[in-house]
Design a protein around this ligand. Structure first.
Ligand code: ZN
Length: 269
């Protein structure tokens, strides 16, 4: 009987240990399947510096798929995607272009108006009087392209809000790699629905060597609170992924847009 009692006690002890192990917090959540899909949209016929950026961006995001934690698809023809097909993607990564056809624009609008995700770089937001797409300005929360520095150069960036998922762990200011920088008119800061996250410090003025910008409000990272989107203005040339701070900002912005998916935060799957 003594042996039986000892065995029962041992079994109870083992079971208790197992329960304790199940209840204990475990620090990692391993993906059992790809968590989400993203569509990277780029033009390979844009100006050479914007095509260079596209190559580097594809490499950057491809490396984030190691281990098949998510699926990255790429296209040079966003206009060919129906609204239904766009809804398969948690985020559209817009590298250097925007939809061009009436149907392509309508599909993209419907996608964004119904909870779609967008991370846009640089020329993906370019628009002027020839663009003839008022919705794009409503979506961006700003006016048209106004002016740019030339040549591309490094700038001191001020983080305007440090307590956001996009700016998490980014220092209050940092020097960004060389880029062409756009000012907008009106500035997105004039829009109450826009949250400005980073801007080019006024300390940079005069900014440029050939084309010199001397003043003006200069936001470069923002989100329009009416949409699941973040826009970052860098994205010109082949040096954009050479800085760990800016890479982290890019990663944060990407992760933030995906995490707000109305179907649920894929990182908690
Ligand atoms: Zn450019």
């Amino acid at each position: 009987m003594k042996i039986v009692r000892t065995l029962i006690a041992l079994l109870c002890f083992t079971a208790a240990l197992c329960c304790a192990a199940q209840d204990a917090a475990y620090p990692a959540n391993y993906a059992r399947a790809p968590r989400f899909k993203a569509l990277l949209f780029y033009s390979d016929t844009a100006e050479p510096a914007h095509v260079d950026f596209a190559s580097q961006a594809i490499d950057f995001f491809s490396r984030l798929t190691y281990g098949d934690g998510w699926i990255l698809e790429t296209t040079t023809d966003l206009d060919s995607y129906s609204y239904e097909s766009l809804t398969n993607y948690s985020v559209i990564i817009a590298i250097n272009a925007a939809p061009m056809t009436a149907q392509g624009r309508a599909n993209f609008e419907k996608y964004m108006e119904n909870g779609g995700g967008w991370l846009g770089f640089h020329a993906a937001a370019y628009n002027d009087r020839n663009t003839k797409w008022p919705w794009l300005n409503k979506f961006l929360g700003c006016g048209s392209f106004y002016c740019n520095n030339w040549p591309p150069q490094c700038v001191l960036v001020d983080i305007e809000k440090t307590d956001t998922p996009v700016t998490h762990n980014i220092p209050a200011s940092f020097v960004a790699p060389e880029s062409e920088w756009y000012q907008w008119n009106p500035s997105p800061r004039d829009n109450a629905d826009v949250e400005i996250l980073a801007s080019i410090s006024p300390k940079n003025y005069p900014l440029g060597i050939k084309d010199v910008i001397s003043f003006g409000d200069f936001p470069i990272v923002w989100r329009n609170k009416n949409y699941r989107m973040v826009y970052v203005n860098y994205g010109h040339g082949d040096r954009e992924f050479t800085d760990a701070t800016q890479n982290l900002l890019t990663l944060n912005a990407f992760r933030y847009v995906v995490s707000m998916d109305p179907k649920g935060d894929p990182f908690k799957k």
